[in-house]
Design a protein around this ligand. Structure first.
Ligand SMILES: *Cc1c(COP(=O)(O)O)cnc(C)c1O
Length: 402
């Protein structure tokens, strides 16, 4: 895509998030087409990028939503996602969240413990409802990704073991207030190896077969999210190979295949634009100080994540520099030892692959306003979230001054 960075920053200010909506559409359609001929539902993982316009764009294409808080459920509903395409996951749902989800009649709640199942049953009983549920199974497969974003091993907090899941299904099936309709796993994020997904799908499909044998009819087979993307030189999983592996594992089962991609849909649709403030050299080391910071995009600081960084249109011999922000933390950087030409005040630096877990993890640390967000679609640009002001930030505090 050829993008006029300068014009966008002049129009909307800096720092700025930009998302290419045509790219998002292409991702959705490519994945959906890989499921051709099978019952399938793609539930976009809202936490990757929860801007209402992003969710709406995917909803219009037919996507459902995977939510991990009631706030995300509200976002999905506000953005026009069909309620029967919304699922609610997460290890720690509060009673009020469960109640709201049941009242909104979403497709299902994805349960992560026996204790949570009992809470959901209680809340459903109070409301005189039957809660559609799925259970998150932890298949104990090493996803071969970063330990912070791995979720499918017994040592971490997500899901329940196979035996426990089976006991929970048997309980739920007998309960007047629970209706077990789905099964789910999600083993980690940024997966670039298909084998752990295939193995997990086979283990979970076997559980579905044993449940069907005792008349517990699972209708939704949800393989979670986690499809990796290219930040640097990764080889991503091919969509068709992904779907074929899931289809093979579930052979003979009459289920709707579901997945919950977040990063896959939006990471490389997005870029973060920031302006150069100053250059400086400390003990021979070159620093480029920009007006964006870790509060805007925390992945480099938090996970030591790599993002490709460029200064498009700036000429000159490149040398290595750390690209850092103004926040008062040594961890406030976007990239280390990045080859960049000499930069002047006002030059634009682009941090690529910033569409997922960028804005959604932004904070107001250092009383910095969250950046604006812009969509590009069919050659047009439009604002989808205005830049925060100082007044936006203090609104909930000012009335308490005395
Ligand atoms: C975070 C999450 C996802 C999305 O993960 P990606 O790596 O962005 O695809 C999907 N499902 C669940 C349950 C999650 O917690």
């Amino acid at each position: 895509m050829s993008i006029d960075y300068k014009a966008l920053v002049e129009k909307y200010g800096s720092p700025l998030y930009m998302y290419d909506f045509d790219y998002i559409e292409n991702r959705y359609v490519t994945l959906k087409e890989a499921f051709a001929g099978k019952k399938s539902l793609i539930n976009y993982a809202v936490k990757a990028n929860s801007n209402l316009s992003v969710i709406q764009h995917l909803a219009k294409l037919g996507a459902g939503a995977d939510c991990v808080s009631i706030g995300e459920v509200y976002r999905a509903l506000d953005a026009g996602v069909d309620k029967y395409k919304i699922i609610f996951s997460g290890v720690g749902k509060r009673d009020d969240e469960i109640e709201e989800a049941l009242k909104r009649d979403i497709l299902m709640l994805n349960l992560e413990s026996e204790a949570e199942m009992k809470r959901v049953e209680l809340v459903a009983k109070k409301l005189g409802k039957e809660a559609r549920i799925s259970i998150r199974v932890n298949p104990n497969i090493d996803p071969q990704t970063h330990p912070y974003i791995s979720t499918g091993l017994h040592e971490n907090k997500f899901g329940v073991e196979i035996d426990m899941a089976k006991r929970m299904y048997i309980y739920a099936n007998k309960s007047e207030h629970l209706n077990p309709v789905g099964i789910h796993f999600h083993i980690g994020s940024q997966l670039t190896n298909l084998d752990p997904i295939r193995e997990s799908a086979m283990i979970v499909a076997d559980l579905v077969r044993s449940l069907k044998a005792i008349k517990i009819d699972i209708k939704f087979f949800d393989v979670g999210g986690g499809i990796g993307v290219v930040y640097d030189d990764e080889t991503p999983i091919a969509e068709q190979a992904y779907v074929d592996a899931i289809a093979e594992a579930t052979k003979g089962l009459d289920v709707t295949l579901m997945c919950e991609p977040g990063r896959y849909m939006v990471a490389n649709a997005g870029a973060f634009f920031t302006k150069v403030l100053y250059e400086k050299i400390n003990s021979g080391k070159r620093f480029v100080i920009v007006d964006g910071a870790m509060n805007d995009l925390i992945r480099p600081s938090l996970y030591n994540a790599y993002h490709k960084i460029e200064a498009p249109g700036v000429e000159g011999e490149k040398s290595e520099a750390d690209v850092v922000g103004p926040v008062c933390e040594s961890g406030d950087f976007f990239g280390k030892n990045v080859a960049l030409p000499p930069l002047a005040h006002g030059d634009i630096v682009v941090v690529h692959s910033a569409g997922a877990y960028g804005f959604t993890m932004a904070s107001n640390y250092n009383t910095r306003p969250k950046p604006a967000e812009v969509a590009l679609q069919g050659g047009e640009d439009r604002l989808i979230r205005r830049r925060e002001t100082y007044e936006d930030q203090v609104r909930l505090e000012k009335e308490f001054l005395r």
